[in-house]
Ligand binder design. Structure first.
Ligand code: HEC
Length: 161
C-alpha cells in the first residue's frame, strides 16, 4: 500500500515537472515569436504616403479622361493605404489628423460613381488641399502636393481604352 502510494506520488511529481517544463518551452516560443513580429518589416508612414502620391497622380489622369473604371480603381488604392496607415502606423501621433481626408474622399467617390467630370475636378482639388492641410498641421508643410501637369508614367494608358 505504502509502496503504491510512493509510486503514485513520484508519478505525480514527475507529471508536475513535465508540466512546468512545457510551460517554460511554451513561454520561450511565445517570446521568440514576439521578437520575430517586433523585428518584422512593416512599411512606415512615408512609404504609405509615397504610395498615395502615385495613386493621387494616376487618379487625376484617369478622372480627367473620363476613364471612370480606372479612376474607381485608383481611389480604391488610396483608400487601402489610408486604412493601412490607420492599422499599421499607430506609433505616429500625426495619424489622429487622418480623418480629415474622409469627407473629400467620399465626395470624390460620388463624382466617380456619377461619372461627373466637373464634380470630379472640384473634389480632386479639395482632396489635394486636404493633403496639404494635414501636412501643415503635422509639421510637414514642406511636402506640398499639387494637381499634376503630366501623367506620372509613360507606360500606362490613362484614356478610356
Ligand atoms: C495625417 C495627415 C496626412 C494626410 C491626410 C496626408 N498626409 Fe501625406 N504626409 C503626412 C505626414 C505626417 C508625412 C511625413 C511622413 C514621414 O515621416 O515620412 C507625409 C508625407 C507625405 C509625402 C512625402 C513622402 C516621402 O517620403 O517623400 C507625400 C508625397 C505625401 N505625404 C502625399 C500625400 C498626399 C498625396 C495626400 C492626400 C491624398 C496626403 N499625403 C495626405 C501626413 C498626411
Amino acid at each position: 500500500m505504502r509502496m503504491n502510494f510512493t509510486i503514485l506520488l513520484l508519478c505525480g511529481l514527475f507529471a508536475c515537472n513535465q508540466k512546468q517544463d512545457n510551460t517554460l518551452v511554451w513561454k520561450q516560443q511565445v517570446d521568440s515569436l514576439r521578437n520575430r513580429i517586433d523585428s518584422a518589416y512593416a512599411p512606415g508612414l512615408g512609404e504609405f504616403m509615397s504610395d498615395i502620391q502615385v495613386h493621387h497622380a494616376k487618379l487625376w489622369f484617369a478622372g480627367k479622361n473620363g476613364n471612370w473604371e480606372l479612376a474607381n480603381f485608383e481611389i480604391g488604392e488610396i483608400r487601402e493605404s489610408i486604412d493601412a496607415i490607420q492599422k499599421y502606423c499607430t506609433d505616429r501621433p500625426e495619424i489622429k489628423e487622418l480623418p480629415m481626408i474622409h469627407n473629400p474622399m467620399d465626395s470624390l467617390i460620388t463624382s466617380i460613381t456619377d461619372k461627373n467630370t466637373e464634380a470630379f475636378k472640384r473634389s480632386f482639388s479639395r482632396l489635394t488641399v486636404t493633403c496639404n492641410n494635414c501636412h501643415q498641421v503635422t509639421k510637414h508643410a514642406f511636402n506640398v502636393i499639387k494637381i499634376p501637369d503630366t501623367p506620372p508614367f509613360t507606360n500606362q494608358v490613362f484614356e478610356k481604352p
